[in-house]
Design a protein around this ligand. Structure first.
Ligand code: NAD
Ligand code: ZN
Length: 342
């Protein structure tokens, strides 16, 4: 079968012929229909320091997918062939303490599809039946292909009660934009999105009814003065990974405000804790998705009218995956969705 593989320890990814996998007991075989390109895949393409430490060559990449079950491994009884599914890319051991306490997403023994396990940028994907999420017909394939990053957004945005509250989202990447849309859908009062890339802010406005601020052009504090935000934001969603964005957010938060922190800084950063302490801020780190509560919640949000479809800016044949990665690298794309087979 055809698959996009990291086959050399250098920049780039390559479409290669690899063996079609067989589902082991407890696994299913999925015929992939569509996949989303993630920032993580871009790190793997770039072969940066993180990727060099995380990926063994060769590895098929990709972890955002939708497809159809075409074969069940032995002992899989709760799923059936023909079912349209996506799934959680973190494969966890269910015997550890966190998993047994109901938090498998905090498992210390974690493998990841498309990083340490064969990925979804392929005609077929094998994954544990426990990771499979069957989908209602109401969710179209394009959206089903990006449930993984939508799940990051939902996990972050629904970490704190934000109905009737003013919400600040720093970073209008795909995850930040979708988090802003979730906040709006969940009843936030004002949603303000910042970025330093005007194209990304235009995309944010196309997806969600939010005020956008280009913080490279004017200080956020100026905009807040015009927005009737009172003594600051009750909820902050850090979605950029930029240390200066977090700094700005701390300044803009109301006393007692709560921050869901998803963005990953490229290197260790300095934090002025005194301001955080004096404002009594609560900060929660967000990693991945809650298994599987986030999946249930995001499907319910989509079924109740959450629309993130305009965040998809590119729909390409998998054969054109190089153009998809170029669009991602340009900083102008939202989500890029590839159709399979190539
Ligand atoms: P992205 O890189 O597409 O988006 C980040 C955005 O932040 C960009 O549009 C960029 O212009 C903007 N930005 C840069 N500096 C800024 C500043 N000072 N103020 C405001 N915005 C600024 O990333 P994405 O795919 O949307 O992911 C968002 C972040 O979340 C990334 O840091 C990513 O590494 C991280 N991430 C974390 C998890 C997790 O589980 N915690 C999962 C996926 C991604
Ligand atoms: Zn992803």
């Amino acid at each position: 079968m055809q698959a996009v593989v990291k086959c050399h320890a250098r920049e780039g990814l390559w479409m290669c012929d690899v063996a079609k996998p067989d589902p082991a007991p407890g696994e299913v075989l999925v015929k992939v229909r569509k996949t989303g390109i993630c920032g993580t895949d871009l790190h793997i393409w770039n072969w940066d320091e993180w990727a060099r430490g995380a990926i063994a060559v060769p590895t098929t990449v990709g972890h955002e997918f939708v497809g159809e079950i075409v074969e069940l491994g032995r002992d899989v009884t709760h799923l059936s062939c023909g079912q349209r599914v996506s799934g959680e890319g973190h494969v966890v051991c269910m015997h550890g303490r966190a998993a047994r306490a109901g938090r498998p997403h905090h498992s210390a023994q974690m493998e990841a599809i498309g990083i340490t396990l064969p990925g979804a940028f392929a005609e077929y994907l094998v994954l544990p039946a426990a990771n499979v999420v069957p989908l209602p017909d109401a969710i179209p394939d394009d959206i089903a292909a990006i449930l993984d990053p939508l799940g990051n957004a939902v996990h972050a945005a629904l970490s704190f009660d934000l109905a009737g509250e003013d919400v600040l989202v720093t970073g209008a990447g795909p995850i930040g934009i979708m988090a802003a849309a979730v906040a709006r859908h969940a009843g936030a009062r004002k949603v303000v999105v910042t970025d330093i890339n005007p194209g990304r802010l235009a995309l944010a406005r196309a997806v969600v009814d939010a005020t956008t601020v280009d913080v490279s052009a004017r200080p956020l504090a100026d905009a807040i003065g015009e927005l009737d935000i009172g003594d600051g934001f009750a909820v902050g969603l850090e979605m950029s990974g930029a240390p200066s964005a977090f700094d700005t957010m701390v300044d803009a938060m109301a006393p007692g405000g709560r921050i869901a922190y998803l963005g990953i800084a490229p290197r260790p950063m300095l934090v002025d804790w005194t301001r955080i302490i004096f404002k009594s801020l609560i900060i929660k780190g967000i990693y991945g998705r809650e298994m599987f509560r986030t999946w249930h919640r995001m499907i319910a949000l989509l079924e109740s009218g959450l629309n993130v479809e305009p965040v998809i800016t590119h729909r390409l044949d998998a054969a054109d995956f190089v153009s998809g990665f170029e669009a991602m690298r340009s900083g102008r794309a939202g989500k890029v969705v590839l159709s399979w087979p190539p």
